[in-house]
Design a protein around this ligand. Structure first.
Ligand code: ZN
Ligand code: ZN
Length: 347
């Protein structure tokens, strides 16, 4: 049985590279010798196991190889446990080509760009075809022959016990690891896998109104497949940066604005920069803090329907940031007029 590196790190088998990293850092902290003085040896042993798992799962190519191994180890029982039935050659279509792995990455955009949408180029790490052997996995000049065990199909029929008795099921040929071919010498660059770690730059286009946490799937821009297998997909998780004065709720946009006390009392015009440009609000006299002003249809566009949400400008009445002697004098006078006890204010 293969060690389950996902269980060791305590993550799901579709965890992103970031999640793998986070889980590893958390465990590394927990297993630090300074924290585990009483049981330092045990913690060190555990840490070694965690580190091995991390080294495999944080490397896209190693992870892909391991995933295949895990799939195979869990997929079918060992053949020798069923000695009463003989293995037979599977005569269906070859199973050697395997779809490439899905590549998951996070991409950060500004709050403003989540409104307008954005085109950008990103560089991703992914398994690519080995240039040395052109993906065949064989060393140059090394003869390639059909696998005699599975006769080139990459699979065998092995008996599997079911409630109805033994049933033949297709399993991966272990002689050739499902490739259907044998090579005398593996490619030294990719060790016979046909894939190596590489990077590619991809142009992506995020729609206007894209939400924080949205996952954008770009077909066949993920890891290259084994043999003639198609590429996996690229799964982009969008992370929208926070804005100090704006927030999004569903497709509605909220902008926080500070107005002065005189403007709140007398009312008047107030200019606001929205994501559509400059707008002028008419503040009525005696406006209270947290009053919301509604502008229809100037919220976020829905990334699918394109319908816009609404805009709410929330005004706050805050003390002036710069107070000079003149302002102080006037405020003191105001305090008296409003019946404040100057002793209470320390004036
Ligand atoms: Zn190679
Ligand atoms: Zn074979």
């Amino acid at each position: 049985m293969v060690d389950n590196h996902y269980e060791i790190l305590g993550i799901e088998d579709d965890a992103t590279q970031d999640e793998v990293k986070k889980a590893y850092r958390k465990l590394a902290k927990e297993l630090h010798p300074d924290i585990n003085k009483a049981d330092a040896t045990q913690a060190a042993e555990k840490f070694k196991i965690v580190k091995d798992s991390y080294e495999i799962l944080s490397n896209p190519l190693k992870r892909e190889k391991y995933d295949l191994q895990l799939m195979r180890s869990g997929g079918s029982p060992p053949v020798q446990e069923t000695p009463t039935v003989q293995q037979a050659v599977y005569n269906g279509p070859p199973i050697a080509p395997q779809r490439g792995s899905d590549v998951k990455i996070d991409t950060k955009i500004t709050f403003g760009n989540s409104y307008t949408g954005i085109k950008k180029e990103i560089t991703i790490q992914l398994p690519i075809k080995c240039g040395y052997c052109a993906g065949s996995g064989a060393a140059q000049g090394s003869p390639i022959s059909q696998c005699p065990t599975c006769r080139g199909s990459g699979a065998l029929l092995a008996p599997v016990q079911t409630p109805q008795g033994y049933v033949n099921q297709r399993v991966v040929c272990t002689t050739c690891n499902g490739r259907g071919i044998l090579m005398q010498k593996f490619c030294p660059t990719c060790s016979g896998v046909g894939l190596i770690n590489g990077q590619e730059t991809v142009s992506i286009s995020l729609p206007s109104g894209v939400e924080d946490g949205a996952v954008i799937k770009i077909n066949e821009k993920g890891g290259y497949g084994l043999g003639a297998g198609p590429r996996g997909d690229l799964l982009l998780t969008v992370e929208v940066e926070d804005d100090p004065n704006m927030r999004r709720e569903e497709n509605d946009l909220f902008i926080e604005e500070i107005i002065t006390l005189p403007k709140a009392v007398f009312g008047g015009k107030h200019r606001v920069m929205t994501l559509e440009g400059r707008r002028t609000l008419r503040i009525p006299p005696n406006t209270k803090s947290r009053t919301e002003f509604f502008i229809e249809g100037e919220g976020f566009p829905d990334p699918i329907s394109g319908d816009h949400g609404d805009l709410y400008v929330v005004v706050y009445i805050d003390p002036p940031e710069k107070i000079n002697d003149g302002v102080k004098k006037l405020l003191k006078k105001l305090a008296v007029e409003l019946g404040e006890n100057l002793d209470d204010l320390g004036l």
